[in-house]
Design a protein around this ligand. Structure first.
Ligand SMILES: [Zn+2]
Length: 419
């Protein structure tokens, strides 16, 4: 990071600390309890004098984080809450504008321009922040958008043929289903208007930036450029890949990023650690040193694209999602990666549970039509060679599996559940 960027961040940090001291009942209490004099925190390096804010703090003291009265709130959203109850998040009009700026910058980073037409394949309502951000970002940049929403392959293709979008915004595991639908219905997807896909919510790369199985599955069938973007409600900002595809770029105007080890120390170039963010310019619910639980490799060296900002590699796993299985530590994305390698599998759900001894058990739910000795043997040996363990395989009807994965009350397909 350049001196110019750190000077700008330090200035924004000072403003944030004064704002929290006057407006945040949560941080007022922390400053008092920990004896923190905010005047001694002048630079980003001084941040270590302040304790981390955890997901538990946010859940436990949710409304104490709010810095304005509720009459000032424009948009009421909730976090995704994959592992716990969703937490409330409040955005003022200024925060909504910040989100629009963030997304416009993210689109530009992924080679977008006002000449692009985006097709949105995620939900825009359901208290979901990102869907709204995409729409506003495209508008800010002067581009167009077709809001199709999730699922509905017929409507997706009909919209592509009708409006000729150049970019799809989608959860990447939906794309193989979209391709299958095109193949089954003789849709000439290879000569469609689509040039690139902005992939949200799931990684498409390995930590060395090569495509993972999902990324390979998409690009081997369809000549499109994939861009990954990583974001969360709490950050209100995104890390988006440039054309180099070497990690998502930090927007230093909007976030201070720290990537830390178990002891809370900053990790070095290309090392893996937990992503910690301090939000800049947020009015409703600003966060100081918020521990996201996401584990990524970090790259401080300038990117070949010319940007100097820090980059994050794909999310290797979530800290709370670490599975200890038969003496091996596994993160769910590694299981998804194996399942995505098998062309016959287009639907699956990973079920993690505890056995009577308190150890983790993993079973994979698959459609019944795949239940043959040959298939089971193939999958077992694939898991054995890739992860050194073999989870339990259970076969249920495709209808039941569909029902379990695509729940009406959920914003995203449930590829992973804990029971
Ligand atoms: Zn770059």
């Amino acid at each position: 990071m350049t001196n110019e960027i750190s000077a700008l961040q330090s200035e924004k940090l000072t403003a944030l600390l004064h704002y929290l001291k006057t407006s945040s009942s949560y941080y007022q209490r922390i400053f008092l309890e920990k004896g923190i004099d905010i005047e001694t925190i002048k630079t980003v390096e001084d941040l270590t004098k302040i304790p981390f804010t955890t997901k538990d703090d946010l859940a436990l003291y949710n409304d104490d984080f709010l810095c304005v009265s509720k009459s000032e709130i424009s948009d009421f959203v909730t976090t995704s809450g994959t592992l716990s109850d969703p937490v409330a998040f409040y955005l003022t009009d200024k925060d909504v504008e910040r989100l629009a700026n963030n997304e416009a910058e993210a689109f530009k980073c992924a080679n977008g321009s006002k000449n692009d037409i985006y097709q949105l394949m995620t939900t825009i309502d359901r208290r979901f922040m990102a869907g709204l951000a995409y729409w506003m970002g495209a508008r800010k940049m002067g581009a167009g958008m077709i809001r199709v929403g999730p699922g509905a392959p017929f409507l997706q293709w009909e919209s592509i043929q009708r409006f000729s979008p150049t970019v799809l915004i989608a959860i990447p595991s939906f794309i193989p289903r979209l391709i299958d639908y095109a193949l089954e219905n003789n849709i000439d997807f290879k000569s469609s208007s689509v040039q690139s896909i902005l992939c949200i919510g799931e990684p498409i790369r390995n930590p060395d930036f090569t495509f993972n199985e999902l990324g390979k599955r998409i690009t081997s069938q369809w000549d499109v450029k994939l861009y990954s973007t990583y974001a969360s409600t709490e950050m209100g900002a995104a890390f988006t890949e440039c054309t180099e595809g070497k990690g998502g770029h930090l927007n230093p105007d909007l976030l201070i990023l720290e990537v830390v080890d178990e002891e809370g120390n900053i990790v070095g170039e290309s090392e893996m650690g937990e992503v910690v963010v301090t939000t800049l310019g947020v009015e409703g619910m600003p966060l100081l040193r918020y521990k996201t639980g996401d584990l990524c490799n970090v790259y401080y060296e300038p990117c070949a694209c010319g940007r100097m900002s820090t980059r994050l590699g794909p999310v290797v796993g979530r800290k709370q999602q670490m599975i200890k299985f038969k003496g091996t530590t596994i993160f769910p994305p590694a299981l998804f990666d194996v399942l995505d390698m098998v062309p016959e599998i287009d639907l699956y759900q990973v079920v993690v549970s505890k056995n009577e001894f308190g150890n983790d058990e993993i079973s994979i739910l698959l459609p019944m039509n795949l239940e043959t000795p040959i298939f089971k043997e193939k999958l077992h040996s694939l898991f054995k060679s890739r992860l050194r363990v073999t989870p339990l395989l259970s076969f249920i009807t495709a209808q039941e599996l569909n029902h379990r994965i695509f729940k009406q009350e959920k914003r995203k397909p449930e590829k992973l559940i804990y029971i």
